[in-house]
Design a protein around this ligand. Structure first.
Ligand code: SAH
Ligand code: SF4
Length: 315
């Protein structure tokens, strides 16, 4: 724009930057997932991943009968303060919150770069780096922009917030009544083990999380997702499964079992497939919906060690 005063140009450049970050690395998986490394202000980097949930389907004439389905896994912070003992992101400590613009940018870049039609809806999971509810205001602002008809027009029902369980913020989010979906990283059925895995559990224990979830306005057609990271000989036994069933009593819940994904230096181990299947079968037998999360993009290295495991594929 040449027709605006010089001072205004300077102000705009300073206060309303449009060069919001850039992509410095891309890795493509054989299964179609693509991981992007974004660099934002200050040279800080975070990851976002495009997961191809379903490939495009064509009929014999070559016409598309069903479009591809995508899930975007988005980061909310550079690093994380929560400090979970099993998580690689935690090892790097906390650097800073992402701004609402930086959260929105991950979604709009992924859409543009993959030529996904502006009107085509995608699913968004706030499961990348960081604890979304620890960056509450920017997250809610980003969700409003992403869902606004004049923004990216992606319904809040297609957006899932994954949290390690800041109960007070879950309640606040519930009162906001945005229509977003909730995923709780539960990982343990007793407070002792949960505090070892997620130190914040000392302040927000399992009961406080369950109480907050019970107050949360859940779409009647949907369920609250409970993520359960399965670690060999820690929480992979049938009595844990039975305890989990008790804890979830009275909640429209769906459990996602996640294989612990080991990395050098961690004391924890990946559970056996047999233990996972038995755990799942026990839940299903007692009427609790449960899936085992299959890894996508396993062949692309994931710096934070967790973005590898972000799919809802059922087994
Ligand atoms: N901070 C939020 C969202 C980001 S973490 C949360 O904790 O929910 C997203 C998911 O990755 C969480 O469920 C987390 O438990 C999981 N995760 C972290 N480290 C992992 C690892 N080494 N293997 C498998 N999943 C992991
Ligand atoms: Fe933070 Fe989530 Fe990693 Fe825990 S699992 S340290 S809350 S990113």
């Amino acid at each position: 724009m040449k027709n605006i005063p010089k001072e205004l140009k300077i102000t705009l450049e300073k206060d309303i930057p449009i060069d919001i970050g850039k992509i410095v690395k891309t890795e493509k998986s054989v299964d179609g997932s693509i991981k992007y490394l974004f660099e934002f202000k200050g040279g800080h980097t975070v990851e976002a991943v495009l997961l191809l949930m379903k490939e495009e389907e064509k009929n014999d004439e070559g016409n598309i009968t069903q479009g591809a389905q995508y899930t975007f896994c988005v980061s909310s912070q550079v690093g994380c303060k929560v400090g979970c003992s099993f998580c690689l992101t935690a090892k790097g400590g906390f650097t800073r919150d992402l701004s609402a613009g930086e959260i929105v940018a991950q979604v709009s870049y992924l859409k543009k770069l993959n030529n996904i039609d502006e009107k085509k809806s995608v699913n968004i999971v706030y499961m990348g780096m960081g604890e979304p509810l620890d960056n509450y205001d920017n997250l809610v602002k980003a969700i409003r922009i992403i869902s606004d008809e004049d923004g990216l027009a992606i319904s809040t029902r297609r957006q899932t917030i994954s949290t390690s369980g800041i109960s007070s913020k879950i309640e606040k989010l519930g009162e906001e009544n945005l229509g977003v979906q909730l995923a709780i990283s539960l990982h343990a059925v007793d407070d002792e083990l949960r505090s070892e895995l997620i130190p914040m559990n000392k302040a927000y224990n399992i009961q406080s999380i369950i109480d907050a979830v019970k107050k949360f306005p859940i779409d009647t057609r949907k369920k609250v997702m409970f993520e359960y990271l399965v670690i060999k000989d820690k929480n992979d036994d049938i009595s844990s499964a039975n305890q989990l069933i008790k804890i979830l009593d009275g909640i429209m819940a769906k459990v996602n079992l996640i294989y612990f994904n080991p990395y050098p230096g961690t004391p924890y181990e990946r559970p056996s497939r047999n233990a996972m299947v038995k755990f799942k079968e026990q839940l299903i037998k007692k009427g609790v919906l449960c899936t085992i999360r299959e890894s996508k993009g396993l062949d692309i290295s994931a710096a934070c060690g967790q973005l590898k495991e972000q799919t809802d594929a059922n087994t």
